[in-house]
Write a protein that binds this ligand. Structure first.
Ligand code: GRF
Length: 196
């Protein structure tokens, strides 16, 4: 008898920058029979994540702003790659309603703070860590959540905390947060898709 090797989940990762989270997720699922990273999507031609995709022989898609926000042109592209789940890993554009409707409860994001605090428009990258430190927070962390039509707003799936120390700088906090992201993002995706 032939075994059916088609993975249950074909994920598109959306990223705008370096893509170190994407890199970890790709490595984590490399030998999985159930989950495959089938497409890397970016809004930025210069994004480091595209090199990571090439290194791993994963196809890439560069989004054009007008098409992404005004038309449904990318839905058939996702369909052609049989994408059935989307992971945002440092993707800076808001997800348009047509995409949210096409992937109901099938788009998740990671945010480098404990939502609902320090989320929303303009709260990305170092801005988040600078704000956390400016407000003298004693702790920060990561949030994995479903994506809805508002920035950093959908139902929370997972959070993990870390301490913000007395002499913490935005850069040192960013390193702590990245460590948490690397440890938890891929296992949480696996748990959400396969063990729930
Ligand atoms: C991560 O800190 C993530 O929480 C945020 O964007 C950053 C992306 O970093 N949404 P990288 O590109 O994965 O290194």
């Amino acid at each position: 008898m032939l075994l059916n090797k088609t993975p249950l989940y074909r994920i598109a990762i959306f990223a705008s920058g370096t893509g170190s989270n994407a890199d970890k997720i790709i490595s984590y699922f490399k030998s999985s029979d159930s989950i495959s990273i089938a497409l890397i999507v970016s809004n930025n031609r210069e994004a480091g994540v595209l090199h990571i995709a090439n290194k791993n022989n994963i196809p890439t898609l560069i989004l054009e702003k007008e098409k992404f926000f005004l038309k449904d042109v990318y839905l058939p592209v996702f369909e052609s790659y049989k994408i059935n789940f989307i992971v945002l890993a440092g993707f800076l554009w808001k997800i348009p309603l047509n995409l949210i409707k096409a992937f109901p409860q099938k788009i998740i994001n990671i945010h480098p703070a404990l939502l609902p605090a320090y989320g929303g428009k303009g709260m990305y990258g170092m801005h988040v860590h600078e704000a956390v430190i400016a407000h003298k927070e004693k702790q920060s962390g990561i949030t994995i959540h479903y994506v809805d039509e508002l920035y950093d707003h959908g139902k929370i799936i997972f959070q993990e905390k870390c301490a913000v120390d007395k002499n913490e700088t935005p850069a040192s906090l960013a390193t702590k947060i990245h460590r948490l992201e690397y440890a938890h993002f891929a296992p949480q995706i696996e748990k959400l898709l396969l063990f729930k």
